[in-house]
Design a protein around this ligand. Structure first.
Ligand SMILES: *[C@@H]1O[C@H](CO)[C@@H](O)[C@H](O)[C@H]1NC(C)=O
Length: 279
């Protein structure tokens, strides 16, 4: 079950790495209630697993295809019974997510999928499936947009974009300790690395054209963020979805292992096509 989780480790073991000092003040933080309002918490009922996703229009969520691997079928009944999507979620252990209990605030939307499109080239039995680990989910209905529910723009970059050395953000409800999910939305800073770093660490899996190589920074054995969660960056006050958390780790506790994010710039035409055609 660890395969769908992404873990981030201390970077300081890379002796003499020039970025070490620069990143020492960033890491994992609690998100605020209104942070990344496009975040979708995806619950798979059959096995209790969580994934993340991003609301990319008024009714569509993009996630990693492998999040849906455990479903026997993608027909509408199986989707309805097996998957629940929560928009606007902040603290999973309390009913009312307001900062103060007497306050009136927007409520979380819990919506089942209406239909799903998994990338045509994704094959869950194939070792290199990470190459097309993308899926689009159409929600059963349109949520009401609010302070805590907003869609995010897809990357406007072309597929050759290199974000190397930039620090992007992922939010998620991944494990904060192995085997235990966090019950508050977390915000994780991810430094983007040169492709060759991931090519070395993920031999035969990493693709320059389809992936972004990133690594988070946090204390020992921190396992943060879920597959499918959006990797985003803000440029001139506007935030864009650049990546989808896809893979990176088999063993929680292994350090210095970067994650592969699906590169949205490469897949955005495919994603838009699904928005136009999924019924
Ligand atoms: C983050 O949130 C959790 C759960 O609400 C809380 O226990 C913890 O103290 C918070 N951490 C910080 C640094 O605020």
């Amino acid at each position: 079950m660890f395969k769908i989780l992404i873990f981030f480790y201390l970077l300081k073991i890379i002796a003499g790495n020039p970025i070490k000092d620069e990143i020492s003040t960033i890491g994992v933080q609690n998100a605020s209630r209104t942070d990344s309002p496009w975040f979708a918490l995806i619950e798979i009922k059959s096995n209790g697993l969580r994934c993340g996703g991003s609301l990319i229009s008024d009714q569509f969520v993009v996630t990693a295809a492998h999040c849906l691997d455990s479903l026997d079928s993608l027909d509408s009944l199986s989707l309805k019974q097996g998957v629940l999507i929560k928009l606007g979620e902040w603290k999973t252990d309390i009913e009312n997510d307001c900062e103060e209990s007497n306050e009136e605030c927007e409520s979380v939307a819990e919506i089942q999928p209406k239909s799903v499109k998994i990338h045509e080239y994704y094959d869950k039995s194939d070792k290199s499936k990470q190459n097309y680990d993308v899926a689009v989910i159409k929600l059963a209905w349109k949520p009401r947009m609010s302070e805590i529910i907003q869609n995010i723009e897809l990357s406007t970059s072309d597929s050759n974009v290199k974000l190397t050395n930039q620090v992007l953000t992922v939010t998620g409800f991944g494990q904060s300790t192995p085997g235990r999910y966090t019950n508050i939305k977390k915000k994780i800073q991810i430094k983007i690395f040169p492709d060759r770093f991931c090519e070395e660490k993920h031999k035969g899996t990493y693709s320059r054209s389809r992936h972004i190589c990133g690594l988070g920074y946090e204390g020992v054995t921190t396992c943060s963020g879920d597959s499918g969660s959006g990797l985003f960056r803000t440029v001139n006050g506007k935030t864009y979805l650049e990546g989808i958390t896809a893979y990176g780790v088999a063993n929680c506790g292994e350090r210095d292992l970067p994650s592969g994010f699906m590169k949205v710039a490469t897949f955005k035409e495919w994603i838009k096509e699904q928005i136009d055609t999924l019924s």
